[in-house]
Ligand binder design. Structure first.
Ligand SMILES: O=C(CO)[C@H](O)[C@H](O)COP(=O)(O)O
Length: 211
């Protein structure tokens, strides 16, 4: 969070650098150890290389931050700041990371279809993130009305990693998993728990029993 794209600030690549040596690298079979960095920032391209150096495995940027009319029309003149989503995805892949693309609650899911239907695989992300709160703060209420977006993505892309973020807990995870989400972000539910491992196991179970 950069205090611009969202009205809050959180940690950046120096924290990733410090934590990375203490976490095993991802095992391709189950994704454990993946550093999935959700960039709630206005200039996502600016930080790609720093996060790669820090040990990020998957760099997830916001569709809304990557799209503006100028950048979409002439991506070649917008290489320092904004660029269009396809250029961003290609750039992330060139740095050796997987790419994710996130949408805020007010963004229609169909903006993602063109991105995932692209036959050029270098420009196709490995994950879609459907925000289930307005990004910026933990501890908000899960927006169940975002589930049609998840259902639409799951129907169209049976194998896609679909992440949900915001208000996920043991109480809400079944709704998300039933809709088709298979990557669950949980802050308060895990860090506020007496037994975080138990909560994580429950969240994982909700996803796994539907796969
Ligand atoms: O970053 C977020 C919002 O910007 C996430 O929603 C947050 O980290 C998850 O927290 P919680 O599980 O408490 O909703």
């Amino acid at each position: 969070m950069d205090g611009h794209f969202v009205p809050n600030i959180t940690f950046g690549h120096p924290v990733v650098t410090k934590i990375r040596p203490h976490v095993d690298r991802p095992k391709e079979s189950n994704g454990q150890g993946t550093f999935d960095c959700h960039m709630m920032i206005s200039e996502p391209k600016k930080w790609v290389k720093e996060f790669q150096k820090a040990g990020c495995d998957l760099y997830c940027f916001h569709y809304e931050a990557a799209v503006d009319s100028t950048a979409a029309e002439s991506p070649e003149t917008n290489t320092d700041k904004k660029t269009n989503p396809k250029e961003m995805i290609r750039y992330i892949h060139e740095q050796g990371m997987r790419a994710g693309i996130a949408i805020k609650p007010g963004t229609d899911v169909d903006v993602l279809y063109e991105i995932f239907d692209n036959s050029n695989k270098e420009e196709v992300p490995e994950m879609a993130l459907v925000m289930t709160v307005e990004p910026g703060f933990g501890g908000q209420k899960f927006m169940a009305d975002m589930m049609p977006k998840v259902q639409a993505l799951r129907k169209r892309y049976p194998e896609l990693n679909i992440e949900v973020d915001g208000g996920l807990s043991e109480k809400t995870v079944d709704t998300a998993a039933e809709a088709g989400a298979n990557v669950i972000v949980a802050g308060s539910a895990v860090f506020g728990a007496k037994d975080p491992a138990h909560v994580i196991a429950k969240l994982r179970e909700a996803v796994n029993k539907r796969r």
